[in-house]
Design a protein around this ligand. Sequence first.
Ligand code: PLP
Length: 356
Amino acid sequence: MSRSTRLDIDLGAISANIAVLREITVEQKLMAVVKANAYGHGAVAVSRHIESQVDALAVAFTEEAVTLREAGIAAPILVLEGPHAASDIALAAKLDLWPAIHQSQQFEWCQAHIADLSQIWIKVDTGMHRLGFELEELDSIRNKLSHAGGTDLTLMSHLAAAEHPDNALTTSQARRWSELTQRWDGQTSLNNSAATRSAMGYRSDWARVGYALYGGQIEGMAADDRLQPAMRLTSAVIAIRQVPVGDSVGYGGRWVAQRDSLIATVPVGYGDGYPWSAADGTPVSVAGQLAPLAGRVSMDMITVDVTDCADVEVGSMAVLWGDEPHIDEVARHCGTIGYELMTRFTRRTPVRYLNA
Ligand SMILES: *Cc1c(COP(=O)(O)O)cnc(C)c1O
């Protein structure tokens, strides 16, 4: 088979990013967030590679944790949404998962298995209003868990706009968090990638880091060039044609040649995970040079204006994102965020692991 479209995952880059994050997080414990198939990088492969380099892993829901345990991953795993049903807690007890509890029904489910839950995290809503107990409920839920036999309790919350440490939402969440943690003697966890990188010194014994681990930069913050992109989406040119001035390219004729142009066709499309929303001008690297997308993304193909590129031929390598263009740059041209681009891959795209 000779299909060239492929997702390269550089496990060595993730390890290098962990080393950088260890420097930033100083004495915090590092929890690697591997939900959504490790942000599209492959949860089992990534977890196997990094489990000895981090203090714990985190996933969104129980099935994701079960997949990791079945693959032999032994590291502690936090389930960020906690149990969705009583049966999830039985699994948590059996597989030694750490549930996060954010609403009172989950406490009822925990009671029967509490002796087998090595850690329970209690999530409070400091202002994001997505998950978490109200601040005034905390004492009651903590007492209930302690009475039931829950010994190791960690307090957690989530910031809605951590990349903007000075905005009113963040300062209000930080104030509530600080009040809560003053009367909390166990472990705590607040920082996500953005809060870890902004290093504002919020109390947080555990950093829960996802996006930065994979080399994503945070929109609205200065880039940290030490973080290397771990994902590279590549393909190769399968056709080149001359398009005369005034003619259009692709569905709907969206892109119209403003001069006689050279168009390269690359066999990657939205059926592979490259976004349909990509605008004309979205950067694509062809034969090592950045060139603009020209025309709508199809299911299987894109077209790129390579008029200004040298030495482009059938077989020339195309990089959709990687070191250059960076996934966050591509996302800006697609009206989305790099997080979404990472997680939207389909099974159609073959994956190759590097530097394991
Ligand atoms: C996804 C998630 C994280 C990780 O966020 P990043 O921005 O990727 O670092 C941390 N905490 C919670 C509760 C999450 O849902």
